[in-house]
Design a protein. Structure first.
Ligand code: C5P
Length: 293
């Protein structure tokens, strides 16, 4: 869940004088059902997003210009200019709210880059929440999610966090009411990236040639498994329609999945697209007072 240390009501109207810190999680897709290619170049999705407890932290301070610095994962690799999703998010919010996009932003990054874990999208969501508090623009979560949708299909989910159903191209979010449970995941990060558009194109090619597996269909079984809180049941319902495409493009990922199962994981799947992460639920969930992460 995206969490901000928000200023009090009075400050919220004026904007925060001091720094605003926002912590934002990575996500995996427990179910990624990909429908047909739409006229706008996106695929219709039916996905269950699930936030996991690997976090980036964005600090926003008042400034005379818009500037971004960073530390941690991807430092030196990630461009900090106008192409960065954090900067694009700040501009998008400022344009929407009619304020100057002035802030000093600092990103502490733990989410691996291009790891199928939506790290860039998470940072964009964090920038929207942090700048909203810093500038006192006072937008609702739904308004922020509307701006987020223009930045990327999975950015709106990171505004809400938790576990949620994503439809449309993935940007239409409905929270899933799951009982408080902690699931334990193992995430293995591949060492080189896959392009997201290329993974979708490869799936279309496999489908056109009849080589793709049957599409996943409804999320009902997965949602039922989340309610049962039994990882063996959940393991049987995890799925990703992009997995065939990812494995065709990067056959070595199959070895990673096999290694996970050989080490005792109940199952493993590729998360999202891009540089895929393989993940698996190896242990029983535990009761917890906090929302699923
Ligand atoms: O929205 P996002 O920036 O994540 O999309 C990157 C690319 O991934 C799109 O340009 C498109 O090629 C592909 N995509 C898709 N269908 C979706 C989401 C993404 O085909 N639902």
């Amino acid at each position: 869940m995206t969490e901000a240390w928000r200023p009090d009501d009075e400050d919220e109207r004026r904007g925060a004088a001091g720094p605003v810190k926002v912590r934002v999680p990575a996500k995996v897709n427990l179910h990624l059902g990909v429908g047909p290619l739409r006229r706008d170049g996106f695929h219709e999705l039916n996905t269950i997003y699930h936030a996991i407890s690997i976090y980036d932290e964005l600090t926003a301070r008042r400034g005379d210009t818009l500037a971004l610095t960073m530390e941690g994962e991807g430092t030196g690799e990630l461009a900090l200019d106008d192409s960065n999703l954090v900067i694009r998010a700040a501009h998008a919010l400022a344009g929407y709210a009619g304020v100057l996009p002035h802030a000093r932003l600092h990103l502490r990054k733990q989410i691996p880059l291009a790891g199928g874990l939506a790290g860039g999208s998470a940072d964009a969501a964090a920038a929207l929440v942090a700048c909203d508090a810093l500038w006192g623009t006072g937008l609702s979560r739904d308004e922020l999610a509307g701006i987020a949708a223009d930045l990327g299909s999975d950015v709106p989910f990171l505004i809400y966090g938790g576990t949620a159903l994503g439809t449309g191209r993935g940007e239409a979010i409905s929270p899933v009411l799951a009982r408080p449970t902690s699931w334990h995941w193992v995430v293995a990060i591949a060492d080189a990236g896959l392009s997201t558009p290329a993974a979708y194109r490869e799936l279309d090619r496999l489908r056109d040639s009849g080589a793709a597996g049957a599409p996943l269909g409804s999320t009902d079984a997965l949602l039922g498994a989340l309610r049962q809180r039994d990882p063996r049941v959940l393991a049987r319902t995890l799925g990703n329609d992009l997995q065939d495409a990812a494995l065709t493009m990067r056959p070595a990922l199959a070895d990673t999945l096999k290694a996970g199962e050989a080490a005792g994981a109940l199952t493993g799947i590729v998360s999202g697209s891009g540089r895929p992460a393989c993940f698996s639920p190896p242990a029983r969930p535990t009761r917890s007072g906090s929302p699923p992460s």
